[in-house]
Design a protein. Sequence first.
Length: 179
Amino acid sequence: MGRETLETEKELRSLQRKTDEKYMKEALKQAKKAYALEETPIGCVIVRDNRIIARGYNRRNTDKSPLAHAEIAAIKRASKKTGDWRLEDCTLYVTLEPCQMCAGAIVQARMKRVVVGCMNPKAGCAGSVLNLLQMEAFNHQAALTTGILEEECSQMMKQFFKELREKKTLRPKQPKETE
Ligand SMILES: [Zn+2]
């Protein structure tokens, strides 16, 4: 490979990284909305042709629904907006590695690419527990990039759980039931 080709590839990679960071920042903004509702701070945006076409954030407790994950909300909006359940030309940005439900929905939507902030070792299905996004046996695989703004994304989660623990400690103990 010629030197010029290598340089161009390097430039393209750094450009892609900058673009990924820009949209991950938007996903972090969505995560902050969840944080404000005392929900686990997870946010998501879907991008097509260099434009955000849908956003979503975790509302599991607020909506009292196990389906109310950031990615599902964004996928629903993106499909509504494009008038198509296929999101073939789209990239999904999410602050935390998707769970099995969301990874399943991403494959169902035939999403082109997924960009993840930080990993979720105990529940993630984009490489941690499983990699549902890239199972050869399925009819669709999504391209995957991980570790974009990883520090910011994981820091937000850590902060959230730290505050949650503090709140629990501060809360007065319930009187014990008499036995
Ligand atoms: Zn999920």
